[in-house]
Design a protein around this ligand. Structure first.
Ligand SMILES: Nc1ncnc2c1ncn2[C@@H]1O[C@H](COP(=O)(O)OP(=O)(O)OP(=O)(O)O)[C@@H](O)[C@H]1O
Ligand SMILES: [Mg+2]
Length: 158
C-alpha cells in the first residue's frame, strides 16, 4: 500500500515504537544519506532519531539539538549528524554553521524541522523524507509516520 507513490506509512502507539521505526530505517542508511524529518512540536522527531542512532550502533543516546542546533555522534558504524533547524531564521544561517562540511559523504545527516527550508529536499544524493503526524483524535500516543525514500534519480545516472 502506498508503494506506487513511494511513500510508506506506519502507525505507532508509543514513543518506544517510534524509536523502533527509526532503528529499522537505520538498517537502510549509508554514509552520505540525508534524512529530513518534519512534524509538529512533540511529534516524535527526536525519538525517531534516537532509533536511527541506536540502529547505527552508537554508544550514546540522541538528545534534542534544538538549542545546540547540531549534535555530532561518531561512535556508530556511520557517523550521525543530528540537526534541528527550528530556531534558524533562514537557510543561510545553516550554511554559516558549516552545513556543507557535513555533506561530504561520510556521515548520515538527520535534520529536524527540515520542512522549514524546502530547498533541503533538493540536496543532491539520497534524501529520505520522514513526516510524523500526531493522531490525538484517536489516541494521545498515536503517530503516523510517512517515509519517502530516495527516488532513484542517482541510480539513473551512470
Ligand atoms: N507514538 C509516539 N511516538 C513518539 N513520541 C511519542 C509517541 N507517543 C507519545 N510520545 C511522546 O511525544 C513526545 C515526542 O517528543 P520528541 O522530542 O521526540 O518530539 P519532537 O518532534 O522532536 O519535538 P520538537 O518539535 O520539540 O523537536 C515525547 O514526550 C514522547 O514520549
Ligand atoms: Mg525534537
Amino acid at each position: 500500500m502506498g508503494t506506487r507513490s513511494g511513500i510508506r506509512k506506519k502507525t505507532t502507539k508509543s514513543a518506544a515504537q517510534t524509536v523502533r521505526e527509526g532503528m529499522k530505517l537505520a538498517g537502510e542508511l549509508q554514509p552520505g544519506d540525508i534524512v529530513l524529518l518534519s512534524g509538529d512540536l512533540g511529534a516524535g522527531k527526536t525519538h525517531f532519531t534516537k532509533g536511527i542512532l541506536k540502529g547505527l550502533g552508537a554508544a550514546e543516546d540522541a538528545v534534542s539539538p534544538s538549542f545546540t542546533i547540531v549534535n555530532e555522534h561518531r561512535t556508530g558504524r556511520v557517523p550521525l549528524i543530528h540537526m534541528d533547524v527550528y530556531r534558524l531564521g533562514d537557510i543561510d544561517e545553516l550554511y554559516e554553521l558549516g552545513f556543507e562540511e557535513y555533506l561530504t559523504g561520510e556521515a548520515v545527516v538527520v535534520i529536524e524541522w527540515a520542512d522549514k527550508f524546502p530547498e533541503l529536499a533538493e540536496l543532491p544524493g539520497r534524501v529520505f523524507s520522514v513526516d510524523i503526524r500526531r493522531r490525538d483524535d484517536i489516541d494521545p500516543d498515536r503517530r503516523e509516520i510517512r517515509t519517502r525514500r530516495p527516488d532513484g534519480r542517482e541510480d539513473n545516472k551512470c
